[in-house]
Design a protein around this ligand. Structure first.
Ligand SMILES: *Cc1c(COP(=O)(O)O)cnc(C)c1O
Length: 368
């Protein structure tokens, strides 16, 4: 994978803001819980290793989606607990054990397969409970009790470390479905003869807006990166600061003559002479063609994108006198990832995760 270090396009990640957001969550929402930083998908585009190293001392552990992400964290020197929240096939369990990684499972078959493997140490497991997301998890008390029984019989192979669920509507206004999911979860947890160390249900939205539902672990993703999990549906209960901004420098300026067209398909035609600038960022960087309606900001002023966004470049209307080398903001103070997301009917998460690996990430901190 080529990272464009030698190009004037940068995703700047302010690591002070990551720590500020964690502190805000700790002081406003958390009583006795543990905070696990969710750093799947390259830390939502912010950089898995860099973000994890910065926040490790401020959190109690990490959550990732995939075993490869967990291994990358261990290779980066992360020593705190790591939970893989997606499903890991049993044949990969030796890799998990070797890297001291906790895994998520949903059924007895998985445990039976693991028992037949030659393991040197016990495997830490979290049981996922499906309470209405209908993604992964056990659904009934009966299955859960059979699983608990099996775990107790094989307590040298397994460490029953956690049980958790995930909410489908924690970022919405309506409480009904949340309460229903919570009740299903409670019924299953209450049926256990012995609760594991971590009973957890809190993602960012649950932690920000519904921390009356107790969770031993707050699995904090989007809020740590400083975005409102609901974009604009619910107001944030306290300030969060976006960690990522995306900027680029203009590398060409010229006068577009009346009647001339811009970019592929000649979809934009100038009604009068106007100045136009080229910015070296495009859809291969994650600045999708659909974002053309958003514009970019030059010294706080919105500049419209003219014509379609290309793979590596886009064109904008600029005031006369604009110079090559001037910086435009695509995400930052004037335009948030949530603004961009909502303009195309998606969510801030997707905009952040969509910033491609080609874009150089730079880490800044006032504390350095
Ligand atoms: C991704 C994920 C999270 C983190 O969600 P945020 O909304 O980013 O806080 C928490 N729990 C599970 C199971 C997830 O898949």
């Amino acid at each position: 994978m080529v990272v464009a270090y030698n190009r004037e396009v940068t995703a700047v990640i302010n690591t002070d803001n990551l720590l500020f957001n964690i502190q805000q969550i700790k002081s406003n929402c958390i009583t006795t819980q543990h905070i696990f930083a969710v750093v799947k998908a390259d830390a939502y585009g912010h950089g898995l290793e860099e973000v994890s190293k910065v926040v490790e001392s401020a959190v109690d552990g990490f959550c990732v989606a995939l075993i490869d992400e967990a291994i990358a964290l261990r290779n980066a020197g992360i020593t705190k607990p790591i939970l893989v929240m997606g499903l890991t096939p049993a044949y990969l369990v030796p890799l998990c054990v070797a890297n001291d990684v906790s895994v998520t499972f949903t059924n007895l078959e998985f445990l039976q397969e693991v028992v037949s493997l030659p393991l040197t140490k016990s495997l830490k497991v979290h049981l996922a409970v499906d309470t209405g997301m209908n993604r992964i998890g056990v659904e009934t008390v009966e299955e859960t009790l059979a699983i608990e029984h099996f775990l107790q019989q094989h307590d040298l192979v397994f460490e029953f470390e956690g049980i958790f669920t995930h909410f489908a509507t924690a970022d919405g206004e309506d409480d009904n479905k949340v309460v229903k999911q919570y009740e299903r979860f409670e019924r299953i947890v209450d049926a256990l003869s012995k609760k594991p160390k971590y009973v957890h249900l809190g993602n960012s939205a649950m932690t920000l807006w519904r921390h009356q539902f107790y969770s031993d672990i707050a699995r904090i993703g989007i809020a740590m990166y400083g975005l409102n999990p609901s974009d604009f549906v619910l107001d944030l209960p306290f300030e969060l600061k976006s960690a990522l901004s995306l900027t680029a420098q203009i590398n060409h300026v010229h006068l577009l003559k009346k009647g001339e067209s811009v970019s592929y398909g000649a979809k934009y035609i100038a009604k009068k002479d106007e100045w136009i600038a080229t910015v070296p960022i495009g859809y291969a960087d994650g600045w999708r063609r659909e974002y053309a309606g958003m514009g970019v900001y030059l010294n706080g002023m919105k500049c419209d994108v003219l014509g379609v966004i290309c793979m590596d470049q886009l064109m904008i209307r600029v005031p006369q006198g604009t110079q090559v080398g001037e910086t435009v903001e695509l995400i930052g103070k004037y335009q948030s990832a949530s603004d961009v997301a909502v303009s195309v009917g998606t969510i801030g998460y997707e905009v952040l995760c969509g910033i491609s690996p080609r874009v150089n990430r730079q880490y800044v901190s006032d504390m350095l």
